[in-house]
Design a protein. Structure first.
Length: 259
């Protein structure tokens, strides 16, 4: 695939990344938004608004850099969970920035300490019933609980619990016999300095697992936001299905006046 379009297709749905947009479909006819697209309807919160104001014109550059960092760390974790090796250096070229490698190391610390049993990695799910899709970062067993874990390399916003609740709803619709019982954010850029001395929380140097406390309430809030999103996006489909991919004119058809 080229840089303009990327398709991830599985037996549970298809994710289409076209230019700067993302769509989910099961039949190439009905197209649905992703969870994060729906949640973009609301503000990320006062903390994010303050960050935008303080950084001014640099905010776009910093946001793009943060997205690249998040994508690189996500890809590394996916490779690790699929049994592949990741390397900091490839010959004379760095595969990751210093901060990215630190976050990858924090994931390794989480994995080796709490030994989750992997069930699914980067699983694409699309629902005609719920009318949205997503790509779940990580589904795993920790002890007797089935977790959905979303990896975060930046700040945590108010929308994160709703994102997790909606993703869990998709999974449980597909796999009702093995429902996810807990959801959490694995925050790889936290201020934590080590293990929780009480043993009640999963955390380490620079990372922590933040559990979603009320999944049902967050799911309800997401549904309300989804209704607003639908009202604002009535004819939702990929740009290339709305506008043609090319144009041409026939200047030879123009007949200039005779002098």
């Amino acid at each position: 695939m080229n840089d303009f379009i990327n398709i991830i297709e599985t037996d549970t749905g298809k994710q289409i990344n076209f230019v700067d947009s993302r769509f989910y479909t099961k039949d190439n006819t009905n197209f649905y938004p992703g969870v994060t697209n729906i949640l973009s309807t609301i503000s990320k919160g006062k903390q994010f608004e303050t960050w935008l104001k303080s950084n001014g014109f640099n905010s776009d550059i910093l946001a793009e850099r943060a997205m690249t960092q998040g994508s690189n760390v996500h890809e590394a974790i996916e490779n690790l969970l699929k049994g592949n090796e990741v390397s900091f250096i490839n010959g004379e070229r760095l595969n990751y920035t210093r901060q990215e490698w630190i976050m990858i190391s924090r994931f390794i610390d989480f994995f080796t300490e709490y030994k989750p049993k992997t069930i699914a990695v980067e699983k694409v799910l699309v629902s005609d019933n719920l009318q949205f899709g997503t790509q779940l970062d990580y589904v795993c067993n920790i002890g007797s609980d089935l977790y959905y874990i979303d990896h975060k390399t930046g700040s945590l916003y108010d929308s994160a619990p709703m994102q997790i609740a909606a993703s869990i709803q998709l999974w449980n619709e597909y796999f009702p016999k093995t429902p996810i019982t807990k959801g959490a954010v694995l925050h790889l850029d936290s201020a934590h300095r080590g293990r929780d001395k009480t043993g009640k929380k999963m955390q380490g140097q620079g990372w922590c697992l933040v559990e979603v406390e009320d999944i049902e309430r967050n799911w309800s809030d997401f549904q309300a936001i989804h209704q607003i999103w639908k009202r604002q996006n009535i004819d939702y489909k990929p740009f290339n299905l709305t506008y043609p991919a090319s144009y041409s004119l026939n200047p030879k058809s123009i007949n200039p006046p005779t002098p």
